[in-house]
Design a protein around this ligand. Structure first.
Ligand code: ATR
Length: 271
């Protein structure tokens, strides 16, 4: 029976085993999905050994998302652009295919949670400029968003993203972030602000128009202070759990031959 797993360090917090385990049960598929803690120095050895043990693929989380590209034989365009992979497939001929489904998961979650959101209707604004922001920029540009406004506490990191991803990006100073919100058709929080145990979210969202769709990639807690503030000004708020669920779809389909559903029951299964 086919085996898959998620690797990271640490890995105990990952919801992926619950998610894929739920799908395996739901579709009555004989297979397994486990979590594997892998230290940096063991990464290559792990990737070389797993296929012989019946593994057909894996998800990759921090800190290995960039490093796995070194060992891939084939890298999808979107993983190349993002500069990181979260989904590996071990092909029968021994080659490793690396893909990044984070951006796909992000867009699929928005389409499900805010079906009226039209990517082409106006700019998207992103708070934060870390690894998660990269995947989202690629996905938004791909979806046809005309302008992407990035604001980050450390402005240089936002400037670096503009250097990588080009003219469609406008950088706004962190102290101006609240003011720039009036232009946004979509607002995305990719910072760790408002996450359990992290600093509070203090940027005022009062300038948002109620038509703006607002989403947070943080899902712990599920209802972040950021989403509460967005709902308080009348916006549609989409939580980040769905992004995690949707990013798992392409891998599961590739490894186990069944495209899985993301619905209420799926959400309940991982919470
Ligand atoms: P990831 O790779 O998952 O996106 P990260 O690289 O740790 O995560 O990025 C965390 C983001 O939260 C960064 O944009 C960070 O801003 P800096 O680039 O200035 O570090 C942002 N962040 C964290 N704490 C913050 C705070 N107290 N105020 C503003 N932004 C904060």
């Amino acid at each position: 029976t086919p085996r898959a797993c998620v690797i990271g360090n640490p890995i105990s917090h990952s919801l992926s085993p619950k998610l894929h385990g739920y799908w395996l049960d739901r579709y009555d598929i004989k297979g397994s999905y486990t979590a594997l803690q892998v230290a940096d120095q063991d990464l290559e050895k792990t990737l070389r050994e797993l296929p012989a043990q019946g593994f057909v693929g894996m998800n990759v989380t921090l800190p290995h998302k960039m490093a796995v590209l070194e060992f891939a034989d084939q890298i999808t365009d979107r993983a190349t652009l993002i500069g990181a992979a979260n989904t590996l497939t071990f092909k029968e001929d021994g080659r490793i295919l690396a893909d990044n489904t984070d951006g796909y998961g992000f867009i699929a979650n928005l389409r499900q949670g805010a079906p009226d959101w039209d990517p082409k209707a106006g700019p998207a604004m992103i708070f934060g400029a870390g690894g998660a922001a990269r995947a989202i920029i690629v996905a938004l540009a791909d979806a046809g968003v005309p302008e992407i406004i990035i604001s980050n506490r450390t402005r240089a990191k936002a400037e670096a993203l503009r250097a990588d991803f080009g003219a469609r990006i406008r950088v706004v100073d962190w102290v101006q972030a609240g003011t720039a919100l009036a232009d946004a058709n979509l607002l995305v929080n990719t910072t760790s602000l408002g996450m359990k145990g992290a600093a509070d979210f203090k940027v005022s969202l009062d300038a948002l128009r109620p038509e703006t769709v607002v989403t947070d990639i943080v899902y712990n807690p599920l209802r972040t202070p950021f989403l509460d503030a967005a709902e308080a000004v009348g916006c549609t708020a989409v939580d980040g759990l769905g992004m995690l669920l949707h990013q798992g779809v392409p891998g599961f389909e590739r490894w186990f031959g069944q495209r899985p559903e993301v619905d209420e029951a799926t959400r309940r299964a991982v919470l």
